[in-house]
Design a binder for this molecule. Sequence first.
Ligand code: SAM
Length: 231
Amino acid sequence: MNIDVFTLFPDWFAWFVSQRHVSNALALGSSLECVNFRDHTPLSAGQVDDTPFGGGAGMVLRVDVVDSALRAHYGVDPVRLRDQRRVIVLSPGGRVLDEALVEELSCEPALTLLCGRYEGFDERIVEHLASDVLSVGRYVLSGGELAAMVVCDAVLRKLPGALGHERSALEESFSVALDGGPEYPHYTRPAEYRGWRVPEILLSGHHGRIEEWRRERSRERAHAAPRVGEP
Ligand SMILES: C[S@@+](CC[C@H](N)C(=O)[O-])C[C@H]1O[C@@H](n2cnc3c(N)ncnc32)[C@H](O)[C@@H]1O
């Protein structure tokens, strides 16, 4: 998979690409490249944004800047780029990322992620240059960089070899193996701590019954009432 992240803060990704599962995915043939909008702006003094028409606070990322950065990087009219690869605007109001969407994106050969800042994007970027608008949750981050990392992390760990232990990805929360439900609870040593015992079944060595117990706990969690502190 080839992922390009367009951002005003490419340095943020240096740490991210050094993380094990990301570097594994890159070593196995994927790529993650950052492109700075500012390097391709047609405006003077590195300008990339402007005040909103109609007034209001903040600055808006300009359509001519994004158009020019995409054109410079891909060498095609950006309007046609979305026929070749998913061009994803990151925005709090977009389609919320979930396991189904991660699965879908992980089957794509290439993704382009556009990170906003300040007030976000001129809407013509969404209308004419993007294929998708994606949110990592119903809250507002200061910029699209962390959102892009969330997308990259979730997608790259799906690729064969990225985790180094394939089984953990097969049976984890929202997987087909668990009928799309949350994962069952895990325990490790000590078997007892401050009187808190690990469920006996897990110490029994009965693999079939352990398997059944785990499925049951996963189903329970799927139907569980909200946990303490949740609305
Ligand atoms: C401060 S936010 C802009 C928020 C925008 N004015 C609004 O109210 O929807 C700046 C940028 O951060 C990114 N961003 C913030 N929250 C996000 C989220 N939950 N999911 C994806 N991207 C997000 C987007 O790229 C956005 O353009």
